[in-house]
Ligand binder design. Structure first.
Ligand code: IMP
Ligand code: MG
Length: 426
């Protein structure tokens, strides 16, 4: 990804999240100077495996495991400070020094306990299947211009006044939604008082930091969370998250102009998964869903929920390539398909008797599409130790060729296992 021409790159999920972005960011961070999260919050669960150690990062960029890398949590992220510091303490306990190399935008909005109460209550009337981390309500407060930002902690007295109003409003909403939960101003004020010193110690104008890094041609990796089909605008609305997960969000959410970005890597699984509600056109049969889940360990890193599994959906990935402007593709978890005798690939949909090559904008129509499958032969051999394309069985190479052609995007990376070294760079 990084070369003379590409010094500022975005990594995005090109399906419904959980594509293995954490691993790709970890691998690419080896060559990066900065890793920047730009949207989402503690709903993300980026898994990095180093040797026998597994790290799950929700709020901190996956680059933190590289001692040379500066990590930035940008303005577009919603900050769950308790999770952030819990994660930071966990890293310190495991011997990872983060001193002086983690910065949080002072423009980023805070996710507070009342957002989680609202998230839970709204699931009762409209079941999106959220992660319950308060993400939607925190972004709703941001666009409603009543959010509380990291920088507001610099003036706790004024922020305390804001809290009175915010908590009042949240409690009215909770009552209206039939919830018996209530938020307390005192508890929130105490929480902010506790968090302020630690958060302000890492707070910065991170847009300026990233801008300067880009200007100096330092290598900057912008780490997306979730996936294109969970994007607030481009995803399967309303079954989406509340931020722009696509590459355009990287510019807005990190505070640099779009001209600074010179490459966009889309990460896809060799099959498809989805967690939470909403359509999954290429869903596998119950037996194969179960088999993919078992082989792929398809359980949420944050919630532990079972992910629904299906086959590679080229319509989805082509769409993701378009809305993200993907310049290259990383295909992960190829090894999960090692034992399948044959592998269906969804090449297009059928809708109302016609072939459909695009993702319909209304979820109601997407729910009615029928996948058109092409079946490719399996390879019946382990790919886990392959380190070059030539090491792969011919049928696995043919599968990747088909994926590349259908997605109309060149494959640059193939991941064949959870470990750092289990990667093929094409
Ligand atoms: P929220 O982001 O918690 O509001 O959840 C909205 C939808 O996005 C739900 O379907 C979640 O399961 C899904 N979602 C949110 N974050 C992730 C993620 O990191 N991976 C996969 N799905 C996610
Ligand atoms: Mg995840």
């Amino acid at each position: 990804m990084f070369d003379d021409r590409t010094t500022c790159a975005v990594v995005v999920g090109a399906q419904w999240g959980d594509e293995g972005k954490g691993k790709l960011v970890d691998v690419l961070a080896e060559r990066a100077d900065f890793v920047v999260r730009y949207q989402g919050g503690a709903n993300a669960g980026h898994t990095v495996v180093i040797g026998d150690a597994q790290f799950i990062l929700r709020q901190i960029p996956s680059g933190i495991l590289h001692p040379r890398v500066t990590c930035v949590v940008g303005n577009g992220v919603v900050i769950d400070a308790e999770t952030l510091f819990g994660e930071l303490d966990g890293l310190h306990e495991r011997g990872i020094d983060t001193e002086g190399r983690l910065f949080v935008s002072d423009r980023a909005h805070l996710v507070l306990p009342y957002h989680k109460l609202l998230d839970a209550a709204s699931e009762k009337s409209q079941a999106i299947g959220t992660t319950g981390r308060g993400i939607g309500p925190a972004y709703a407060d941001k666009t409603g211009r009543r959010g509380i930002r990291v920088g507001d902690l610099r003036n706790l007295a004024a922020t305390r006044l804001l809290l009175d109003d915010r908590i009042d409003r949240a409690n009215s909403l909770l009552a209206m939604m039939g919830s018996s939960e209530r938020a307390s101003v005192e508890e929130h004020a105490a929480l902010l008082g506790r968090l302020a010193p630690r958060l302000l110690a890492v707070a910065a104008d991170t847009g300026l930091l990233v801008y300067r890094a880009v200007k100096a041609r330092r290598r900057v990796l912008l780490e997306g969370a979730q996936g294109a089909l969970l994007d607030l605008d481009h995803g399967t609305y309303p079954y989406v998250t509340s931020s722009n997960t696509t590459a355009g969000g990287a510019s807005v959410g990190s505070g640099i102009g779009p001209t600074a970005i010179d490459g966009v890597l889309g990460v896809v699984k060799a099959y498809t998964t989805r967690v939470g509600n909403g359509p999954l056109p290429s869903a596998a049969s119950p037996e194969e869903d179960e088999r993919l889940r078992r082989l792929g360990g398809e359980f949420g890193a944050v919630t532990g929920r079972a992910r629904r599994c299906g086959w590679f959906d080229a319509t989805v990935v082509r769409y993701a390539a378009r809305v993200n402007g993907l310049t290259e593709l990383a295909v992960t978890k190829l090894d999960v398909l090692d034992t399948f005798e044959s592998i269906p690939v969804c090449v297009a949909y059928e809708l109302e008797g016609e072939r459909c090559e695009e993702v319909p904008s209304e979820v109601e129509r997407l729910e009615r599409v029928r996948p058109i499958y092409e079946t490719l032969p399996g390879w019946g051999a382990s790919t886990a130790s392959a380190r070059t394309l030539a090491d792969l069985p011919a049928a696995a190479r043919a599968y990747l060729d088909r994926v590349e052609r259908l997605a109309d995007t060149p494959i640059r990376y193939v991941s064949v296992g959870t470990r750092r070294d289990q990667i093929i760079e094409v």
